[in-house]
Design a protein around this ligand. Sequence first.
Ligand code: PLP
Length: 409
Amino acid sequence: SFPPEAVPQAPEDPLFGLMRAYKADPSPNKVDLGIGAYRDNNAKPWVLPVVKKADEILRNDPDLNHEYLPIAGLASFTSKASELLLGAESPALAEKRVASVQTISGTGAVHLGALFLAKFYKVHGANRTVYLSNPTWANHNQIFSNVGIPIATYPYFDKQTKGLDIEGMKRALADAPDHSIILLHACAHNPTGVDPTPEQWREIADVMAAKKHFPFFDTAYQGFASGDLDRDAGAIRYFIEKGFELVIAQSFAKNFGLYGERAGCFHFVSSPSPQAAEITTRVASQLAILQRSEISNPPIYGARIASTVLNDEALFEEWKGNLRTMSGRIISMRDALYSKLQELGTPGNWDHIKNQIGMFSFTGLSESQVLKLRDEFHIYMTKNGRISMAGLNTGNVEYFAKAVDKVVR
Ligand code: PLP
């Protein structure tokens, strides 16, 4: 049996710990700004109306069964997922340079990509390093370490401007060894809410091309960030257009509200070359082996829901409307929070609340201010000062602004 010292007690996951503390708090004023899940204006989870419709269609299908999916997942889902990212007219798709595998949501896609790179993207038998933005989604660190890929970081968030440290980022990418893996958030960067502008993406791509770096895109918020699916895929499409070979981890948790259904996809895109289609076929064959050993085949229900919507023109249009509802409400909460802080004359510059994009805002509140908000005001957010904007609504935004005002004075 295990000697107890062989298995040290691990700390609780900070985010899920926060969720537990929020649930246990009896205060009627409590506010949950922790986990990145959309809430409606009543602070309730929102089942997208289009998802309800797809659910209805599936339930009324007499031929529906619970058989295994193929190893690579539901083809009607993965093919539309790749079109959604790359654009239906993408030459990469026409030239069969894309291998797509359904995964356990975005986390599973990042993991499958990391596992694939750990096995096949080496230099002299050793794993290459992955460069993560500082800060990044905390799980990136554990996922890459678990498969033995060394981790380094590149500067990303500028504490002074509360915007992008583009010069620091470019410098670090230029200093990294050639052929490094660079993890990029495609849009709505978690946790900062700060994205490069199209011009900055071009500069990043130039440095990465000069260094022959390997882009690993993580996209968990397509359509959720700006409300526009094409715009939120702009960076990925630009890199593919520039001829990069790259991989993409795609989540449908946020944009379909399918969090617990674990619908996601991993894509490998080869550079244009006479061997591209063959390389892609080989990669797909290896991904299938990895997938088989890890999960055998992916879960069916979330993929069915997304596939039903993505393959029906009317439902697809309706989904876009649902996306605009979510992104629109979040943007209106940014405006409301900003206005309240202005009204209160809260010390400091709060422009970043409006300028940041997506699910999160990196407020700039310090750890001690965050803890004060929790202890004195029952407001729950991560220690780094990140708030999930979806936790705000017309009923609590003033309460939150007043609490912030008190703790920063
Ligand atoms: N990547 C980023 C940057 C995220 O923010 C998230 C979710 O918070 C994910 C990936 C994966 O989420 P999921 O596994 O729920 O799709």
